[in-house]
Design a protein around this ligand. Structure first.
Ligand code: SF4
Length: 327
């Protein structure tokens, strides 16, 4: 079988493999081993886009010699990649291919997760202020710890920024003990409430109506609000598009082979926002689905890959299953 490969993106290890007259079995083995997208099949040639890394199970693909792309292959790829238009410079067109494929791949992951988990109906809150309070309380703890705290605050009638600002800090602490770092979090809640009072005359709606970039900058300037909390508030309280990154996102997408596990928060957020349309409903559901997977199957130690809806796309699946030691 004759194989040629072309690296089509300088940022991602994305190759177009041209497989001359391969059997179905061979094509499927490539699809299993890499993050692959069948680009085109004719009687003579199959074009497969592959994300390749240097893990042992994919090393045979790395050994494929990089060659120039033939005019035929260029045409094939151009027909396949939606983001490409005629007459663009070759390098730009290749980058467009990769960007379009990555978008398609991320949407494919979304579809698999949605089919598996369904509508997550996230964030579970009655008001934007409840979202904000929950976003601060959930820092470094599981959501079930927050539920207890929210229920206690609701019982007391303190589930608003105004009430939290006017309540003695010891009483706030007592309600949110279940969220672990409760002393610190009580101070964060009161600092946030004070900011809304000082800068927006206590009108949280006024704050949430700021354009997303401006709102993000204002939120990040508040003591106790980091990027994840800020993006939770923008997406789930302000209903504006800002992709939320958390530990589950980092773990799952690095295991899938799409992101670097050492990437910064802002790099990961930029990756998703570059490839996914700025759509509040999509970002809302995608983040919730990622959390469902991270919570139920893609566990830190011993992920349950055999039950995972992303198993066929995941380059870590076999590795994780073959080696039962904690990762
Ligand atoms: S196949 Fe395994 S490692 Fe990959 S995303 Fe699923 S649970 Fe995580």
């Amino acid at each position: 079988m004759h194989i040629r490969a072309l690296r089509v993106h300088e940022e991602y290890p994305l190759f177009l493999l041209l497989l001359a007259d391969p059997s179905q079995e061979i094509v499927e083995s490539y699809i299993r081993r890499g993050q692959c997208f069948v680009a085109e099949r004719t009687s003579l040639i199959v074009g497969v886009y592959v994300l390749i890394d240097t893990r042992p199970q994919t090393v045979e693909l790395v050994n494929v010699k990089e060659t120039a792309m033939s005019e035929q292959a260029t045409t094939t790829a151009a027909q396949t990649a939606r983001a490409t238009g005629p007459g663009k410079p070759a390098q730009r067109r290749s980058k467009g291919h990769a960007e379009g494929l990555m978008t398609a791949h991320l949407l494919g992951i979304y579809e698999r997760l949605f089919t598996h988990y369904g509508d997550r109906r996230w964030w579970p809150a009655d008001t934007p202020e409840e979202v904000i309070i929950g976003a601060i309380l959930v820092q470094n703890v599981a959501w079930k710890n927050v539920e207890t705290a929210i229920a206690r605050l609701r019982e007391k009638g303190w589930l608003s920024l105004c009430a939290l600002r006017e309540t003695a800090i010891e009483e706030v602490e007592e309600c949110i003990v279940s969220t672990l770092y409760y002393r610190m979090k009580a101070r964060k809640l009161q600092a946030f409430a004070a900011m809304v009072e000082t800068e927006f005359a206590g009108d949280v709606g006024l704050m949430l109506a700021l354009p997303a970039d401006e709102l993000r900058a204002r939120l990040l300037a508040v003591w106790g609000v980091g990027p994840e909390t800020a993006d939770d508030i923008i997406l789930y309280a302000a209903n504006q598009p800002s992709f939320v990154i958390d530990a589950y996102t980092r773990r799952i997408f690095s295991r899938l082979g799409l992101t670097d596990d050492k990437a910064t928060y802002d790099e990961l957020r930029a990756f998703f926002m570059r490839h996914l349309t700025a759509d509040v409903a999509l970002y809302n559901q995608y983040h919730a689905l990622i959390d469902a997977l991270g919570h139920s199957l893609c566990l830190k130690k011993r992920p349950r890959c055999r039950e995972c809806p992303l198993r066929a796309l995941c380059r870590s699946a076999e590795y994780q299953e073959a080696d039962p030691r904690p990762k």
